[in-house]
Design a protein around this ligand. Structure first.
Ligand code: PGA
Length: 260
């Protein structure tokens, strides 16, 4: 796996945004999978800046969000739909017809998930998936013990995830929905290219296991070791437990790049 360790969160966010910009420049019709949460806020801010100041054009890009809570309308301020429009879509020229987020109020979540999977296929598959990571190694809402062969489906959130996400629900864990629709591990692994972002000391253990640990369904992100084109973007805190790499470290301004 390729690992980029940035001196700080801003540089990490900028470097990850550059990968998306390069993908769009290479293929203006590319299909992106997009994350939510605290981690990618700087990444979205940088993409918005690139759109406004450098003309980065999202008009032909198709997006699929990784997941959405079940039971929340998209107008709810803690829904991922709200997050996406608030932090990103409202500030760039994305075509709303090309935006896909599972509907939290879908009457039949299983059918919603199956239809989502069909839409991804119809779009030609995901060119670039951008991921965050949970403290328990979840990617999307694929919690420990998720099958590697899983596709988009309704899931139950792990207790640790509910506790971690309570901060987006006025610190009230009881307000966090217990279920969500999430792309599966297989859906994510089928992406042609994957980048994962993690910052802060609370992610360092999960990052260690992602990169050094055995590939196990107890740490869903460890499956990324099997992907042919995956790059992990970290700040120093998230990288603090990593072993020294066996390959050469390439230094750039504010970043170190290495292969594990
Ligand atoms: P966070 O969430 O960025 O809010 O830490 C990441 C995740 O749970 O995937």
């Amino acid at each position: 796996m390729k690992v980029i360790i940035a001196d700080d969160y801003e540089i990490m966010s900028r470097e990850a945004a550059k990968v998306v910009a390069a993908e769009i420049e290479k293929n203006p019709d590319c299909v992106l999978a997009l994350p939510t949460g605290g981690t990618p806020l700087g990444f979205y801010a940088e993409l918005v800046r690139m759109h406004k100041e450098e003309g980065l054009d999202f008009s032909r890009v198709t997006t699929f969000n990784l997941d959405e809570y079940l039971g929340l309308p998209e107008t709810h301020k803690s829904s991922y739909a709200f997050y996406m429009y608030d932090n990103f879509f409202n500030d760039v020229n994305v075509n709303r017809d090309r935006v896909h987020i599972p509907r939290g109020l879908a009457e039949d979540p299983h059918e919603e998930a199956a239809a989502y999977e069909r839409e991804i296929k119809k779009a030609g598959g995901i060119d670039l998936a951008v991921l965050g990571i949970g403290r328990n190694g979840h990617i999307g809402f694929n919690e420990p013990k998720t099958e590697f062969g899983s596709l988009t489906r309704p899931i139950y959130l792990a207790k640790r995830t509910i506790e971690a996400n309570a901060r987006f629900f006025d610190d009230d864990p009881d307000a966090v929905p217990r279920q969500a629709i999430s792309m599966g591990i297989k859906t994510i692994m089928n992406s042609r290219k994957i980048i994962l972002l993690a910052n802060g000391p609370e992610k360092s253990g999960a990052i260690y296991q992602t990169i050094h640990g055995p590939v196990t369904d107890m740490v869903p992100s460890s499956v990324l070791q099997l992907h042919p084109d995956c790059t992990v973007f970290l700040d120093r805190d998230a990288a603090s437990e990593l072993k020294p790499p066996s390959d050469d470290v390439v230094q750039g301004p504010g970043i170190m790049s290495m292969v594990y």
